[in-house]
Design a protein around this ligand. Structure first.
Ligand SMILES: NC(=O)c1ccc[n+]([C@@H]2O[C@H](COP(=O)([O-])OP(=O)(O)OC[C@H]3O[C@@H](n4cnc5c(N)ncnc54)[C@H](O)[C@@H]3O)[C@@H](O)[C@H]2O)c1
Ligand SMILES: [Zn+2]
Ligand SMILES: [Zn+2]
Length: 357
């Protein structure tokens, strides 16, 4: 089968990839579409260190092809979104509804693929840039068939991460001010979740002027381009009567994270979503947080995939959540480099690959 492999030097489309058999408690999925998230790019750029060779992609949707022994919640033919969380399902964190905190989701690096006789790692437990993948049963989350696959695929990371950060982690409330720095796939979903709960104002910050229209389509009330103002922090403070209740950093840059802290109101919360090169340090003075300010980490939108993926799919079908508008263009798998080029040039909300339509 076809897939996209990162070997540490090159990102190539291969035709002779094989995936292991579907074992007990596992599900084999035909991946129909996969979004390309900045975290895939971060592996290639070296920001996120990952073992090689690896089959990339972690934002996929497809059809269940085979179920292993003991799998009961999906059947062959079901449409599914693939979650990256291979959580165990029975530890104290899973039982408490915090699957992103399950220790089983860290430190396991399965190698379910082979290519040219060599074992290949699965990136983020998913590898949605492969025509077929085998995942833990709990990673396959059934969705209604009415959700088109390109739109559904984006729930797998961009939606869960961006919207989940607002709804599950920060728990933004009505009329609270929100700043979202970086209007990519993650930032747009933070914006639309903030709009959904009635946050106000919702200020999008991006250096790409083309992002203004998209940000406003998703519910931003204001757009600040750091290249067009003298002082981004001052511009945000002006729009929020002195500081924002919540700032979400969705780029992954040290100076932006430091600015985010300066943008907070008393008792404001800064939520870190962007991934910086490992080992990066951000600087702030303790007294700058003195007035009850909070810095929050957030993994994968603090999501509960079995509950949240269905929630977003149902909101989409009810016309209350945008998914189609996230998909700027669908590319054949062979055109991955064109997609990355367009992404780099800021032309995409999300670029999606046709994997095995
Ligand atoms: N915490 C998590 O669980 C999690 C999950 C997925 C992705 N991420 C991370 O989130 C970040 C965003 O991912 P994405 O897929 O949305 O990226 P993206 O490439 O789609 O979007 C990034 C956006 O940031 C903007 N930008 C770049 N430099 C900027 C600057 N100096 N000021 C303002 N805006 C700027 C770009 O114009 C673009 O619109 C990445 O670091 C990614 O690794 C984190
Ligand atoms: Zn991602
Ligand atoms: Zn667990």
């Amino acid at each position: 089968m076809k897939g996209i492999v990162w070997d540490g030097k090159d990102l190539s489309v291969v035709n002779d990839l094989e995936v292991k058999d579907c074992g007990p408690g596992e599900v084999r999925v035909r991946v129909v579409n996969s979004g390309v998230c900045h975290s895939d790019v971060a592996v290639v750029e070296g920001t996120i260190p990952f073992m090689t060779p690896a089959v990339l992609g972690h934002e996929g949707a497809g059809v269940v092809e085979e179920i292993g022994a003991g799998v009961g919640h999906v059947k062959v033919g079901d449409h599914v979104v693939i979650s990256t969380l291979g959580n165990c399902g029975h530890c104290r964190f899973c039982d408490a509804g915090k699957p992103t905190m399950c220790r089983d989701t860290f430190g396991h690096y399965p190698k379910p693929f082979t290519c040219g006789g060599e074992d290949h790692y699965a990136f983020a437990n998913v590898s949605s840039f492969a025509q077929y993948t085998v995942v833990k049963a709990q990673q396959a989350v059934p969705i209604p068939e009415e959700v088109p696959f390109p739109s559904a695929s984006l729930i797998g990371c961009g939606v869960l991460t961006g919207a989940g950060a607002v709804l599950n982690r920060a728990k933004v409330g009505i009329a609270e001010s929100v700043v979202v720095i970086g209007v990519g796939g993650i930032g747009l979903n933070a914006i639309q979740a903030a709009a959904l709960v009635g946050a106000n104002p919702i200020i999008a910050v991006d250096t790409n002027p083309a992002k203004e229209a998209t940000a406003k389509l998703f519910g931003a009330t204001h757009f600040v381009n750091p290249k067009e103002v003298d002082d981004t922090v001052a511009a945000v403070k002006d729009l929020t009567h002195g500081g924002a209740a919540y700032v979400f950093e969705c780029v992954g840059a040290k100076p932006l994270m430091e600015q985010a802290i300066s943008m907070l109101q008393w008792d404001g919360t800064f939520v870190i979503l962007g991934v910086t090169p490992f080992g990066t340090k951000i600087e702030f003075t303790p007294e700058s947080l003195y007035n009850d300010k909070t810095i929050m980490g957030c993994r994968y939108g603090t999501s509960r995939p079995q509950a949240d993926i269905l929630r977003y799919a149902e909101l989409y079908l009810a016309g209350k959540f945008k998914l189609d508008e996230l998909v700027t263009k669908v590319y054949p798998m062979d055109d991955i480099h064109d997609l990355l080029h367009d992404m780099h040039d800021g032309r995409l909300a999300r670029g999606v690959l046709d994997i095995n339509p």
